[in-house]
Design a protein around this ligand. Structure first.
Ligand code: GUN
Ligand code: FE
Length: 453
């Protein structure tokens, strides 16, 4: 079993307890109890010297683990490739054939055993996963999360619409899809076995792939089980227009009528929502997974993250592996900053004619918060910052290998916001040295720590 039990870590600590509040503690001590929860965060000079303490070497900074709100686990083998066609063709030509191959349980298990450690190596301590339509592959993804010690939501994909899905990769009927989804919730709860690490999520893929009967049955299942829901919402012009044509209303309104827009429901992308819909999302308590890298390929636009946050919408970040071409939450945080600048200024033409939307810029503190506490809060988890009572999900970053000017290699005279900006824009997997989830060290110095559980 990987090291659990009480740990105390001494390090410089950077975290964002709120969207506009970054805190840097240059020499802090975090005491974690045997239950994996933080007991105390204090300045190091108040150390209880009787406790064994992990002192991080010079040049390291401890940050909260990253939260990825949108990952298609079976698309891992095509990460970084196959983005040359729009969403509706990409699904049919590349993605459904790949996902169908997870009927082979041995193949599925092999991929999960690369994917989960691969994401931990990026510092992703929480992932919200779409698995496939297969119950067995979904269950084995949950098992892989437990085995490697990653916090996760794991969802069996439900899809039954004969017009938008291939015959060899869909639920046989709405009733079969609802039944398999209900059984999969139980599978995931059984695999978690009360650890509180891995949870089920009801996963209607998106409206075009689901009949009305499936969508409403899954809305009922959500109400009956209290399980989280995730789906895609108005991801692209095509997806947005499809909903209006089929339902006579926008995608969000249709999903809400099916009972799928609930507190903490994860709506992926939502690039096309008018303010009226953003307000409805805010009222519902659902959240939006902002996937800026994926939006470049499929989104036909930039999600207005700052506007959504200002209207009270819960927002976090998603890689959208493999519609997004990289597995790093930090890279998506940097991308969120960059695309918000493009949205603000517009992209082509004379000033005033570029289509910019003034007031759209995100700041580095918000980007850092989205990658950590914002994402956690969006799905109702109490991780994402360092406070007593919260589970200790953390990443030690080795900043000595950042590609920064040698003149301030120590990062010592940076203020908190500059340090957050440097981490968001420049850090990646090569800087991730140690990863803890619920107080357990699950990855250390470039190698994973198998739990044997
Ligand atoms: N819409 C329906 N399925 C998918 C998917 O797998 N990826 C993305 N980005 N959008 C989708
Ligand atoms: Fe997606």
């Amino acid at each position: 079993m990987a090291s659990s039990a009480a740990v105390t870590v001494r390090a410089p600590v950077l975290h964002a307890p709120a969207q506009d509040h970054l805190q840097f503690l240059p020499d802090a001590l975090i005491e974690v109890g045997a239950d994996g929860r933080i007991e105390r965060v204090a300045a190091a000079e108040t150390a209880d010297l009787t406790r064994p303490t992990t002192v991080l070497p010079r040049g390291r900074v401890l940050v909260p683990g990253f939260v990825d709100l949108h990952v298609h686990a079976p698309q891992w083998p095509q990460l970084g490739t196959a983005l040359d066609v729009p969403l509706e063709r990409w699904l049919q030509e590349y993605t459904f054939p790949l996902e169908a191959s997870y009927r082979d349980e041995a193949f599925a298990a092999r991929v999960w055993d690369e994917l989960v450690p691969g994401l931990l190596a990026e510092g992703t301590t929480t992932a919200v996963y779409y698995a496939t339509v297969h119950r067995a592959a979904t269950r084995s993804l949950a098992e892989a999360c437990v085995r490697h010690g990653q916090r996760a939501f794991v969802g069996r994909v439900a899809m039954d619409h004969p017009d938008a899905t291939p015959p060899d990769y869909r639920d046989a009927s709405a009733a079969a899809g609802i039944e398999a989804s209900a059984a999969s919730i139980e599978d995931v709860r059984t695999v978690d076995a009360g650890r509180g690490l891995v949870r089920p999520v009801i996963t209607p893929r998106f409206a075009p792939a689901c009949t009305d009967a499936l969508l409403s049955g899954l809305g009922d299942l959500a109400a009956a089980t209290g399980a989280l829901v995730q789906t895609h919402c108005s991801e692209s012009d095509w997806h947005h227009g499809y909903a209006i044509e089929r339902f006579g209303r926008r995608d969000l309104e249709a999903l809400a009528e099916f009972g799928l827009v609930r507190p903490h429901t994860v709506l992926a992308h939502a690039t096309k929502l008018p303010d009226e819909d953003l307000d409805a999302v805010a009222r519902s308590g659902a959240c939006i997974a902002h996937c800026p890298l994926s939006n470049v390929s499929f989104g036909n636009g930039v999600f207005p993250a700052r506007r959504a946050l200002a209207r009270g919408v819960r927002v976090g970040l998603g890689t959208d592996i493999a519609g997004g071409a990289h597995s790093s939450v930090l890279r998506n945080a940097a991308m969120a900053l960059d695309v918000s600048r493009l949205l603000d200024d517009g992209v082509h033409g004379a000033p005033g004619e570029r289509g910019g939307v003034a007031g759209s810029r995100l700041d580095a503190t918000t980007a850092f918060w989205l990658a950590t506490r914002g994402g956690a809060e969006a799905v109702g988890l109490d991780v994402g910052c360092f406070e007593p009572g919260r589970p200790f999900d953390a990443v030690a970053l080795d900043l000595t290998s950042l590609p920064t000017p040698t003149v301030d290699r120590d990062h010592a005279d940076l203020d908190a916001e500059l340090l957050a900006e440097r981490i968001v824009r420049l850090a990646g997997a090569r800087n991730v040295e140690t990863v803890w989830v619920a107080g357990r060290c699950v990855r250390s110095a470039g190698s994973s720590v198998p739990s044997g559980r």
